[in-house]
Design a binder for this molecule. Structure first.
Ligand SMILES: [Zn+2]
Length: 471
């Protein structure tokens, strides 16, 4: 229901209250306003012949009016609102007859129509009416219908289809562009040129957000009218496309020239293939790395365990373990490396030094027996390194504190609520029954006298070294 009022003699205007909780217009205009309205009515009359019967019918239905009219907003004070209402105000939405139209700037045109010249007003009114005719046509179908149309047209867009079809190449180019291999392939000037081209060729692909590849995202959309087109915006993705209703066609934000774009994606792949072909020495080395990786895969269980043990032991390891560790970080295609984009882009080489090292690594010996032997040796080493109660934690001039003793003192420190100075702790461990020790009943603890053989200055030094952090 649209809250329109007709007032004689303006048979082509439909007066509409704007502002909340206001739905009545009884009369309109003093002399000055009546002159403005006459000009407006004339401008509407003049614009009419541009529209077909069908369009006028649509507008009539759109505004729910008895005959064809143009909306004119009127304020609560029964004065003309300075700007005309945009048709989006009525598109796929209802307004209460009791309340008047909301004053929302986006629903009004920017021009103050009473200030326009006769020609200016004619032009403005024609423009406004075209918008009404367009929105009236849209309004024949539901919002969801148009969203479906846009969704379909998006998938049909030649660039989106191309991008979908060539997605594997697009992704390979992006991977290759970040690859450390570019630092070793030939020749630097060809690589520089290729990367420069990538920036140009990838621009339209990169402009499409992830959620729009290669169908429209599923977030809630905003639909706005722009001339004869609908703009479909996703506020979440901050991306918008324009739908040209007449042509049933989507226009992208970065609308590429298709013929050129098709060529470019083929060229960028071919150029990298050429770079691969002139870098056969690198490709051969990559194959060596790959072969070695395959070879070591057979021993991966043992080698994994050895890498862990090496970290625990912090020992010098045989080269085969270090080699495995470095190759682990390397990713290779499943098939043999070929000098082409699709293959080279699968190579992940965190450190290209591997390419130099592989020559030596190839001669390394590896066998179950060898690895088992190393594992036995390291297991024994690990066991020997296990903490034991009689490990000496501190030694001062021949006097020793063992792990077991230190743990006993630590347990006491964890339990007691007293705050002890290092000196008092030393006195207690030496078993000196001073007044303070007695007052605090420290002579009754299990660790009292633990270091009774120790000279005082050594005991203080040991206590400082072992328990400073604890106190
Ligand atoms: Zn989105």
């Amino acid at each position: 229901m649209i809250p329109g009022v007709q007032i004689e003699p303006y048979d082509k205007l439909l007066f509409m209250p704007v502002g909340r909780r206001y739905g009545n217009i009884r009369s309109i205009g003093h002399k000055e306003e009546r002159a403005v309205l006459s000009r407006l009515q004339q401008a509407v009359h003049r614009a009419l012949p541009q529209f077909s019967y069908r369009e006028l019918q649509d507008i009539k239905e759109f505004l729910n009016a008895d005959c064809w009219r143009m909306p004119v907003p009127v304020t609560r004070e029964e004065e003309l609102y300075p700007q005309l209402v945009r048709p989006e105000m009525f598109l796929w939405q209802e307004h209460s007859g009791q309340r008047g139209l909301p004053i929302d700037e986006s629903y009004f045109y920017g021009k103050i129509y009473s200030r326009l010249s006769a020609e200016g007003l004619h032009y403005h009114v024609s423009y406004v009416l075209k918008d009404y005719a367009f929105c009236a046509k849209l309004h024949r179908m539901k919002r969801e219908y148009w969203l479906d149309q846009i969704y379909d047209a998006y998938s049909r867009h030649p660039f989106i289809q191309l991008a979908k079809e060539k997605n594997h190449i697009v992704e390979a180019v992006e991977r290759m562009n970040r690859s450390s291999l570019l630092g070793v392939l030939k020749f630097p000037e060809d690589i520089a040129y290729w990367r420069h081209r990538v920036e140009i060729v990838m621009r339209p692909y990169r402009d499409v957000p992830d959620a729009w590849r290669w169908e429209m995202c599923t977030h809630e959309k905003e639909l706005t009218v722009n001339g004869e087109a609908l703009v479909c915006t996703c506020p979440v993705c901050e991306y918008a496309v324009t739908y040209h209703v007449e042509e049933e066609r989507i226009e992208l934000r970065e609308e590429p020239i298709m013929e050129r774009t098709v060529k470019r994606i083929a060229t960028i792949e071919r150029q990298l293939n050429e770079i691969g072909a002139q870098s056969m020495n690198v490709v051969e080395t990559l194959r060596d790395v790959q072969t070695l990786k395959w070879k070591l895969d057979a021993f991966s269980g043992r080698l994994e365990r050895l890498v862990e043990m090496k970290a625990e032991l912090e020992v010098e390891a045989p080269e085969i373990v270090g080699c495995y560790e470095q190759l682990k970080a390397v990713r290779m295609p499943d098939e043999r490396v070929e000098p082409v984009l699709m293959s080279l882009s699968e190579v992940v080489l965190p450190d290209t030094k591997v390419l130099k090292a592989v020559r030596d690594w190839q001669t390394l010996e590896v066998s179950d027996a060898l690895l088992d032997e190393l594992m036995l040796e390291w297991t024994a080493l690990l066991e020997a390194n296990q903490p034991k109660p009689d490990d000496v934690l501190v030694e001062v001039e021949g006097f020793q504190v063992t792990r077991a003793e230190a743990e006993q003192v630590e347990a006491f420190l964890d339990e007691t609520e007293l705050t002890l100075s290092l000196h008092l702790l030393a006195q207690m461990l030496m078993g000196e029954p001073t007044n303070k020790v007695r007052t605090l009943r420290l002579h009754e603890t299990a660790v009292f006298g633990m270091l009774s053989e120790w000279p005082e200055k050594y005991a203080v030094r040991a206590v400082k070294k072992l328990f400073k952090e604890k106190i």
